[in-house]
Write a protein that binds this ligand. Structure first.
Ligand SMILES: [Zn+2]
Length: 260
């Protein structure tokens, strides 16, 4: 998760287990918009076998619904059928795995039957033409049967909900900017997966274009700091969100919201 950052540095911020795994979550964003519910990313879903779940330590089974995501939707009074838009930041299995589910007959179907699914056109192209380096993250059952609404670059999908290309992790990765009540929030997705990744060069080994990630961060941080965005972390097990501040020469998180 920390690429070329040496372990003695990163383990001070997140303690790994004996298999070098660190605790993470797959935090999705729900926007309760006047035009309908918008869900950003869908976690890992429940189509994977036991071996796959063990490698990544995935615990995603729901108590009432199929997944913890469906349980969380129910907790705020919504069912999968209520979702109007699903925005995928990209199509890696931990972001789009919950796009679909497998029914009792083994057929893969959309998890959100009344939703339109949106992704960058380039990301779908990249996902459907994998190579030896990218194939492990792109599992066709997560996206091949979905009639995507394809986006080309920055798009305001609904008033106040903007898809913002943030390339590097994948070439057509996007983040989502939400304006509400005079405030602006940015769901960063894998541009900055946890608050520990805020330093510009703390870039994941998974990123296919790490130097592009670096420049995307530099550009986004400038705006985020100037406009005081609230930044949301998809994979941080404790820090949900915060604003960008300074710690000496580097960046630091201020005004953090921490998971109870
Ligand atoms: Zn991810």
């Amino acid at each position: 998760m920390f690429g070329v950052v040496p372990k003695p540095l990163w383990e001070r911020r997140i303690t790994p287990d004996a298999r070098n795994r660190i605790p993470m979550v797959m935090r999705c964003l729900l926007v309760e918009h006047h035009d309908g519910l918008v869900l950003v990313d869908t976690g890992a879903g429940d189509k994977d076998d036991a071996k796959f779940r063990d490698i990544y330590g995935i615990e995603n089974g729901g108590r009432a619904g199929r997944t913890q995501l469906e349980d969380a939707l129910a907790a705020v009074g919504h069912a999968p059928a209520d979702i109007r838009w699903v925005i995928n930041t990209h199509l890696h299995f931990d972001h789009a795995g919950g796009d679909t589910f497998r029914d009792d007959a083994g057929t893969v179907l959309p998890s959100f039957p009344n939703a339109r699914y949106a992704v960058q056109r380039g990301e779908l192209e990249f996902a459907t033409h994998p190579n030896e380096r990218t194939a492990g993250s792109y599992l066709a059952a997560n996206f091949s049967g979905i009639p995507f609404h394809l986006l080309d670059g920055e798009v305001e999908l609904l008033p106040g909900v903007r898809c913002l290309p943030t390339p590097g992790h994948t070439p057509f990765h996007q983040s989502v900017l939400v304006d509400s009540g005079g405030e602006r929030a940015c769901f960063l997705a894998d541009l900055v997966p946890t608050s520990a990744h805020l330093p510009l060069p703390w870039i994941m080994g998974y990123d296919v274009e790490p130097l592009v990630t670096l420049e995307t961060r530099r550009r986004l941080y400038r705006r985020a700091e100037a406009e005081q965005w609230r930044l949301w972390f998809e994979h941080d097990a404790t820090v949900v969100s915060g604003r960008l501040g300074r710690d000496g020469k580097g960046f630091a998180l201020v005004d953090a919201v921490v998971r109870a």
